[in-house]
Each structure stands twice: as C-alpha cells, then as structure tokens.
Design a protein around this ligand. Structure first.
Ligand code: UD1
Ligand code: CA
Length: 456
C-alpha cells in the first residue's frame, strides 16, 4: 500500500508569542518542521504534504526546493479541518500518516509501528510518560478498548485525571479517513474541527483503534510555548551528549555542549564546557577544545588544541596546531601542521604553511603564508583598497616584525626579514632585511616648550 504523509503546520502557535510561525522555531538550529520531515522521509513515502496557513510564505521559503506538496489551509479551523485540505489529493487506497508539525523529535521506528498497526481502522500514538497537561486524553472502556479522545479544554475533571494522552500522530486508510472526517463537527470549547474527534467516530463504527505507546518521552513532546521549546532543546542536546560520551568523547559537562549539525570525533577527543558545534564538524584523534569555543563547518586534524573563546568557521586546521585563546578563523582559512595562532588573531581566506606562527593581534586576509613564517604582533595585511581585494604572499622562512603593514598586492620573498613598524607596499627581495619606516633621530640640544607665565 502506498504511504502518504500529511504534516499539520498551519497553526500560529499563539502561546509562543512570536511573529515567526511556530514550526519555524528551531531545535538544534533547524526548524521544528525540518525534524518532522526528516522522520517522515525515513519511511520513504510516496508524497509528503505540509498543510500551511499562518505565515505560509515564510514556511514555504524556509523549505524552498524540498520535495514537498504544499497545501494551504486559509483559515485555521482545527486539526481535522487541516487534514481535510490534503485528503482530496491522496489516492483513496493509500495509507495516510498524519503528523503534528510541532512534535519535532518523533523517530521513524515509532511511525513505522503506527503504519503497520493501522489495519482497516486507525492507529494512534499515545503516551503516559509525562504530565499530560494540555494534551488530549485517551478514554478507554473497562476492557481497555479505545473509545475516544477528549481535548483538555472539553474534558471533565475525571477525564482530565486520565494519564494516557494522544501524542499527535495517527495512521489509517485515506478513503475511510475521509469518510470519518466528514462527520466531525465543531461543537466544542474551541469551536474547532478536531482531528481527534475521528477516534470516537471510528470506535462507534465498530472499527479498531490501535494505540501504539511511545517509549521515549522526548519523541512525543509537543512544542506549544517557548518554555517547552527550551526544555526540548536541552533534552535533545543532552541525548546528543550521551551519544558522544558513548562513542568515547570526553565532555566536561554533558549539559553544556550544543551540537547543531553533525559532529564526528576521532579517539580521545576532549571538549570543555559551553562549546557550540554547527554544520559539519570533524575532530581528529586527541583534539582538545577549550571552554566557550564555537566551531562551524570546520575540520581539525589530530593532536590540535583549540584554546578558550575561539571562533572557527569554514576552516581546515592541520594536525598539532595550537589555536587561541580568542582566535578567529573565517571561511577559507587553511592551516598546515603545527601552526600557532594566538589571541586576537583573525585569519580569512588564507593558507598557512607548516609551523608558521602568528601569536598575537594580527589580521591575515587573502594571503598565502609559507612554512616557518613568524608573523609579529600587530601585523596587518591591507587586502582591500576600497574597491577590490588583493592578495599578499609571504614565502617560506620570513620574519615579519611587529606592527608591519603589508599593502596588497605584495610579495614578501623567501627569508625576508621585515623591520617592526614597516609599511611594505613593494615586493621584497629574498633573504634581506627590509625597513620602511622613518629613521629614528635624537636631538641633543632642544628646548622643551614652556607654559605661559601665570598658568599652572
Ligand atoms: C493536538 C491534539 C491533542 C494532542 C496534541 C499532541 C487536536 C485537536 N488536539 O493538540 O489531542 O494531545 O496535539 O501534541 O488535534 N494545526 C493546523 N491547522 C489548524 C490547527 C492546528 O495545521 O487549524 C496544526 C498546528 O500547526 C500544529 C498541529 O496542527 O502543528 C497541532 O495543533 P495544536 O493547536 O498545537 O494542537 P494541540 O492543542 O497541541
Ligand atoms: Ca501542539
């Protein structure tokens, strides 16, 4: 039977108190909806439909180019009404899996169980893992048969006392679901067409409602407020931290690490507190990351140490390097083995050969730095003339004195020694000392200025 997935994502999410549509709020740096779509894709469905409405343009733009059928729900009249917008597009013989766009951490295994359990009736995901406040309660008869779901706002006191709640996913045959859904009314506290009312209709019709119980509270947690979002983010990060620990990574604190993407680590990697990893990050064997570092789309080879408060983005770092504290690598920085970059050194779109060093306060941009080069404190590559960027080449074995200004395009030839404070605007010859600064003079006889009389 072909599988079609419908994700309900048209609601505003009033309780978020935000101009951003709820499903675009992020967990681990990705929209809630992206997480749900990932789980759906793992089932290899024929199609995925996303019902959008509130902030629909923004939602579509965030997923431009993705293989998604967009279905508009012009007015948000409830989850049942939302599903009705998509059903006419789905073949009647298909199995439909309906997901809430605001339950982000659901996993494929649970969804597969749902699809398998649907049969001729309907299968719903339920949970009694945590406090059901705000959720729809699952009501059963004495024999344990599911009778219906009651939304909290419509529930009596004794119904509210029920622990089992609807987790926001269900599966059933498309044609039959359309028939049942047509009978849902909006006579309830919120004047909405509840998808959950279908359960009672199915049970009344004598068809089976199978409940698939969740075994992990994170995968059924919905996001309705910023507090729930923050709690879920931390739970998600904690789960990632545990995976890293299990894989042999040393973490100083499993509550203070954030992975917003993919982090691949070699053996005996050590990560101190408050580090953030974004995009794709690879850390080689024995790499050590100091506290408060941010690494985005970076690869770091074995035995390199990144010291506290460093920010690395789009960089490739060789083995045995020492970076930071307070270093900044920008996109296109590429460092050979044994490079040292110290505090307040910024490197952009530049290569450093093996063993070269810039230990303090420098800007190296659009440059080619050879091997065994020493860049003194305060050195600046003047790469921008106001209109265009130009390259600086510093060949092997050069020594650049402190506070040198290298005006690009310029080439510092092999073994050059640049005197401190020089402004270099012409290529230098190999192996020579080049100075480009005013000569120092001392005046033996001179009269210091005097203050006018009467003033102190
Ligand atoms: C819903 C369920 C509740 C369940 C909970 C699980 C209903 C009526 N209630 O409650 O039983 O315990 O999820 O998380 O289904 N949406 C639309 N169009 C609408 C209304 C909502 O697309 O007209 C979308 C929302 O964007 C959201 C999802 O449907 O992604 C759920 O809507 P929400 O209002 O959050 O429902 P809950 O009150 O959480
Ligand atoms: Ca919800």
């Amino acid at each position: 039977m072909p599988l079609h997935v419908v994700i309900l994502a048209a609601g505003q999410g009033k309780r978020m108190r935000s101009a951003l549509p709820k499903v675009l709020h992020g967990i681990a740096g990705r929209p809630l909806l992206a997480h749900v779509i990932d789980a759906a894709r793992a089932l290899k469905p024929e199609r995925i439909y996303v019902v959008h409405g509130h902030g629909g343009e923004k939602v579509r733009a965030a997923f431009a180019g993705a293989a998604i059928e967009w279905v508009e729900q012009a007015r948000q009249l409830g989850t049942g009404h939302a599903l009705l917008q998509a059903l006419p597009l789905i073949p009647r013989t298909a199995t439909v899996l309906v997901l809430n766009g605001d339950v982000p951490l659901v996993r494929a295994a649970m969804l597969r169980r749902l699809v398998r359990s649907a049969g001729k009736g309907i299968a719903i995901a339920t949970s009694d893992l945590s406090d059901p406040a705000g959720y729809g309660r699952v009501l059963r008869d004495a024999g344990g048969r599911v009778l219906r779901i009651v939304e909290e706002k419509d529930a009596t006191r004794s119904e509210r006392a029920v622990r089992e709640w609807y987790a926001g996913f269900l599966a059933g045959n498309a044609g039959r679901l359309a028939g049942w859904l047509a009978r849902v009314a909006n006579r309830n506290a919120q004047k909405e067409y509840y998808l959950t009312d279908v359960i009672g209709i199915v049970a009344n019709a004598g068809a089976t409602v199978s409940a698939v119980k969740a075994t992990d509270r994170m995968e059924v947690a919905g996001v309705n407020s910023r507090e729930e979002l923050a709690i879920l983010e931390r739970a998600y990060q904690n789960a990632q931290a545990k995976k890293l620990l299990a894989a042999g990574v040393q973490l100083a604190d499993l509550w203070r690490v954030d992975v917003r993407g993919e982090l691949a680590c070699g053996e005996d990697v050590a990560i101190d507190v408050n580090c953030v990893f974004e995009g794709r990050v690879r850390l080689g064997d024995r790499v050590r990351i100091g506290p408060n570092c941010v690494l985005r789309d970076v690869s770091v080879a074995a035995d390199t140490e990144i010291l506290a408060f460093s920010l690395l983005e789009g960089a490739v770092v060789g083995s045995g390097c020492r970076i930071g504290p307070y270093a900044r690598l920008r996109p296109g920085a590429s460092l050979g083995a044994g490079v040292h970059l110290g505090n307040f050194v910024e490197v952009k779109a530049s290569r450093f050969g093996a063993r070269s060093k810039a230990n303090h306060l420098a800007y190296i941009g659009d440059a080619e730095v050879g091997r065994d080069v020493n860049v003194g404190a305060g050195t600046i590559t003047c790469n921008y003339d106001g209109a265009r960027k130009h390259r600086t080449v510093i060949e092997d074995d050069c020594f650049i004195g402190s506070d040198a200004t290298l005006v690009a395009p310029v080439r510092i030839r092999k073994g050059s020694y640049i005197g401190a404070g020089s402004t270099i605007s012409k290529d230098t010859p190999r192996g020579q000392l080049t100075l480009a600064r005013a000569r120092q003079v001392s005046v033996r006889r001179w009269t210091p200025p005097r203050k006018p009389a009467g003033r102190t």
